[in-house]
Write a protein that binds this ligand. Structure first.
Ligand SMILES: Cc1ncc(COP(=O)(O)O)c(C=O)c1O
Length: 286
């Protein structure tokens, strides 16, 4: 599995009794270091899961070729990199997965799309899927209300600032709580994953995907480019040399909080939402 992914993806693998071998990625391109594959693969290795993270993409052709050399199935995790219909997974990948969970650009507050290469596999997956229960409309409505509240709170400095002050005073880890709130399936992960979407979620996905606007994506990229060009050289911009750079997140590596504050002032950003403990900075709505 390429070395950076969300904890739930690891949970899914473990829930199937499988072991993960981590494949390091290049900090500049975010591509897996394919030269390491030969040293990591054993006769028990079956699948290579490659995530294109932070909205960046890289050439999958050499990765798929290296995987084929070892007879590995290739799963492309594109959850963070959907940016319209110009890229729907590499043609050689066995499975390409796209997600429309709460923090995604084209969120439908849930739902996903899987592109399956082999017809046989697709039919097997479809027949398993037919047995899954359908998510209730009430459950989907509860999700929308929860995310709407979280969105309003996060987007309103008058609430979020004193709230953060209070949680710090009470020694509550507000970040852990918020991240938990934004996770697609905070509890009963495997049970909730094995549900089919309700009609309302499908209708929302149809609506959201019909609205995908390449101009909005280009505009967002331009704004991020503006910021990127003004970053001091001492800051490492993660994924800056990826083949395709769409900005779902704008991760940078800094040496201390002090540097983070200096950067925000020097480039006069409207606002930065910082996840400081990981030295990860998300640029929101620049
Ligand atoms: C790399 C990656 N894989 C998988 C997922 C799962 O997507 P979701 O639970 O939103 O469908 C996410 C969600 O953020 C992700 O970032």
């Amino acid at each position: 599995m390429s070395a950076v992914n969300i904890p739930d993806m690891l949970r899914i693998v473990h829930a199937h009794g499988l072991k993960i071998i981590s494949l390091d990625i290049d900090i500049e391109t975010l591509a897996p270091k394919i030269q390491l594959i030969d040293t990591l693969v054993t006769e028990r290795t079956k699948v290579l899961v490659v995530a294109s993270i932070y909205g960046r993409r890289f050439n999958m052709a050499p990765i798929v070729a290296a995987a084929r050399h070892h007879d590995l199935i290739v799963i492309e995790d594109c959850a963070e990199s959907f940016s319209g219909f110009d890229y729907l997974g590499f043609e050689g990948s066995d499975l390409a997965l796209f997600s429309f969970g709460p923090i995604k650009h084209h969120t439908a507050f849930g739902g996903a799309i899987a592109k399956v290469r082999s017809k046989d596999l697709y039919e097997k997956m479809s027949s398993l899927y037919e047995d899954d229960p359908i998510q209730s409309h009430m459950e989907y409505l509860k999700k929308i209300i929860k995310y709407a509240i979280a969105y309003i709170l996060l987007d309103c400095p008058r609430i979020i600032k004193p709230g953060m002050y209070l949680t710090r005073l009470l020694n509550i880890d507000h970040k852990k709580y918020l991240i938990g709130m934004m996770r697609g399936f905070p509890d009963k992960l495997m049970t909730k994953l094995r549900q089919r979407p309700c009609d309302a979620l499908l209708a929302m996905m149809t609506l959201r995907l019909a609205e995908v606007d390449p101009t909005a994506i280009s505009l967002s990229n331009l704004k991020h480019e503006y910021v990127s060009q003004r970053m001091p050289c001492s800051v490492t911009q993660v994924g800056a040399k990826a083949d395709t750079i769409n900005h779902w997140l704008f991760p940078i590596v800094v040496v201390s909080d002090f540097v983070y504050i200096a950067i925000s002032k020097s480039i006069s950003l409207l606002f930065f939402c910082a996840v400081k403990s990981g030295s990860l900075v998300m640029a929101s709505d620049l």
